[in-house]
Design a protein around this ligand. Structure first.
Ligand code: PCA
Length: 327
């Protein structure tokens, strides 16, 4: 073929932009997530994906599979580890039984505000990154859910009022809370929560205003006690081999978009918390502060759980708690 001036100039342009040879080789990744498309974590993921698309000029296309449509919440971590998905979003405390440190942000009243939660993340992050690294993954970013309160059908004055109640758990820690207050735990992930309420499988649970709104909890449960007990985090993971297979500019674009998503996600969580609570009220839910008795009962539950956690987590856990308390 005789090279015209035009083909030469296109080839030169491609070479200069670093796209030669791979200009049409688009990389496609899947990103399973467990929460609905309208949830603020998922919206943040969509923005992240758009940012990556833009920064790589369409070279890395990531598809978000919301609402546990590709993998169920407890399966996402293993899918990323095994490379069935190149990325995934998990709820860290879901994996506490595998390694206690995954569950530190699921303990009641260890970190019960956005500021405390950000400090706990800082203390936890080095060991979290190390552990995920050993498992062939990278922590791209993590964002806290809004503070957790108690959804319950009837007004409660103390933890004793939760005895015998069918209680939805989403993690080992939320199941342990049920045991400690004498409720009956059933583990149900967010994607199945609406149905579990509709069929009467559960009548109470602890979670954020976000999940109460996402799942239309107000259609079944009328009270939410704003205990602000803990702020569990979602973490976005990347399979390390998939990351290593990307070219350097694409890797840099992914890391930059991830860092931006972390900042944006924490701000959205905070701002949306107020919005979600307003939306619950608008839909007929009564939002109440916990009574001093209920607060002190729940704090006692938290103390017991921290003690149990430290026993299992050992010196590594103690070191993270100590580092956090010094911050
Ligand atoms: N919503 C998720 C986890 C924490 C939260 O606020 C859920 O209830 O499943």
């Amino acid at each position: 073929m005789k090279l015209t001036r035009r083909t030469v100039s296109i080839a030169t342009a491609l070479a200069l932009s670093g796209l030669a040879g791979s200009a049409f080789a688009q990389t496609k990744w899947d990103l399973p997530a467990a929460y609905p498309a309208t949830n603020f974590h998922t919206e943040n993921l969509m923005q992240f994906v758009a940012d990556v698309d833009k920064a790589t000029a369409g070279k890395l296309k990531i598809t978000v599979h919301a609402n546990a449509s590709l993998f169920k919440a407890p399966e996402i971590k293993r899918a990323v580890q095994g490379g069935q998905a190149q990325m995934g979003e998990i709820l860290l405390p879901n994996f506490q039984n595998e390694w206690q440190m995954f569950g530190i942000d699921g303990l009641p009243f260890l970190a019960d505000s956005y500021d405390a939660s950000a400090r706990l993340y800082k203390a936890q992050k080095p060991v979290l990154e190390k552990k995920l690294g050993e498992q062939g993954m990278m922590l791209l970013y993590a964002v806290a859910w809004p503070p957790q309160g108690i959804y319950v059908k009837k007004p409660i004055a103390s933890a004793a009022d939760l005895k015998g109640v069918k209680w939805r758990a989403y993690s080992p820690a939320t199941a342990r809370i049920a045991e400690l207050v004498g409720a009956q735990p059933v583990t149900v992930q967010a994607a199945e929560l609406s149905q579990a309420m509709a069929t009467g499988v559960i009548e109470s649970y602890m979670s954020s205003g976000a999940t109460g709104y996402d799942t239309k909890t107000y259609e079944h449960i009328k009270y939410w006690y704003d205990t602000q007990a803990w702020l569990p985090k979602n973490a976005v993971l990347v399979n390390k081999a998939a990351f290593d297979a990307l070219d350097k500019p694409t890797q840099a674009a992914l890391l930059k978009a991830g860092a931006d998503a972390e900042v944006r996600g924490w701000a959205a969580s905070k701002a949306k918390n107020t919005e979600y609570i307003e939306l619950l009220k608008k839909n007929g839910m009564t939002i109440l502060p916990p009574s001093p008795q209920l607060t002190s009962d729940m704090k006692k539950v938290g103390d017991t759980m921290l003690k149990e956690w430290l026993e299992k987590a050992g010196p590594e856990g103690q070191a993270v708690v100590d580092a956090y308390k010094k911050m």
